[in-house]
Design a binder for this molecule. Sequence first.
Ligand code: UGA
Length: 439
Amino acid sequence: MKIAVIGTGYVGLVSGACFSHFGFDVVCVDQDAKKIASLESGIIPIYEPGLEAVVARSRQKGNLTFSTELAGAVNDAQAVFIAVGTPTKAGEDQADLTYVFEAGRQVARLITSYTVVVIKSTVPVGTANKLRAIMLEANPSAQFDVASNPEFLREGSAVDDFLHPDRVVIGVNSPEAEKVMRNLYQPLSASSVPLVVTSSTSAELIKYTANCYLAMRIGFVNQVADLCEAVGADIREVALGAGLDKRIGLHYFAPGPGFGGSCFPKDTRAMIAMAREHKVPVSIIEDVVVANERRRVAVAPRIAAVLGVAVQKSKIAILGIAFKADTDDIRDAAALEVIPALQAMGATISVFDPAAMEHGRKTFSNVEWCNDIYSAAQNADAVVVLTEWNEFRGIDFAKLKKAVRGTVILDFRNLYLPDDVVKAGFSYHSLGRASRSLL
Ligand code: UGA
């Protein structure tokens, strides 16, 4: 089977590469000629563990190509995936579908035989039906169906998530489309991955339900962590004790500086906008959004409160600016809120991140960029962990102690055992457990 994938962002590139890994003939299309040229020369524009190897293998086999030409790509493809961006509209909460609809129009004009047009981008409920109407308007004689096939990939483990998913959701409105989609995912269903076949409308809502539920869990555990601090409980014990109940579970139950990234913040807002349009109250999700924003804003004052020196005279080392570990993505990362707030208070900032420094340099100003943990910590009054990189877990506290001028560690990812940190001569402030001062 031949597949075309429109959009070589996270979702498009990972999906295209993984479908080629299954053995399908895949053409990934993007209008960004520079991006296509660099993909052609084997350069992967995003940091995603494992992706480079999958792309290289398929390129060698010859069943993964990159192109700027939509016509050649969709010509004899049985399935065309639309994986273009759906950014939040400026000043609004709704997803902007301009690129999805434009891609659909172009495909409608180009296809010459029955094709399943698959929406991979995260889109509001009802988009598959709207896209169908738009495509028919562009070419009334086009033979096609529109399917919704939401993705559940996490940045940092996207390849593994694609190849070993918990389930695949296929939203279709015709038996022909269902057949094509089942064929596409046969390599996974053959290894017992459940295919959940639904209407396109249900599939669209499944995606928002999943992301909003996970965001809600994080919002919840963040508030429980605050309560732990107030009453003297330990969030690790509380989360373990509650999470071992199978109805609750242990995943997505770790407190942090507030969720970020390109999905949860966008999708929670889009779900609210969708519900408002249909006059359905979703106050729980509204609270999740407000609580997350409040949590973000509270990080910088929390740092300032325990510094032990005046913020205006302080140097603060930030470890991690990516919105989470194993990615170079800083979209909606905690650092975007925290660094400017500390700078506005007069602090000097040094930063180390194992992968996101290039994006950081384009985003932050007046920051000292450092090549490792210990040079960032040089003469710092406080060391602040914002991202849970494995590299930070293995920190050498004795070496860190020699570098710093102060004694404060603020860990917004609970990476360390309080005893270890305090024994090394630091005051330790983490989430959902008592702060530990120097003995
Ligand atoms: C999320 C979903 O997990 C994917 O299933 C989905 O496909 C994707 O959005 C999407 O819609 O494209 P992603 O944004 O890559 O994936 O990142 P997550 O690993 O889910 O983390 C999101 C945020 O929650 C991060 O800021 C992370 O630090 C935070 N988080 C996560 C916590 O604070 N605590 C946790 O226990 C887990």
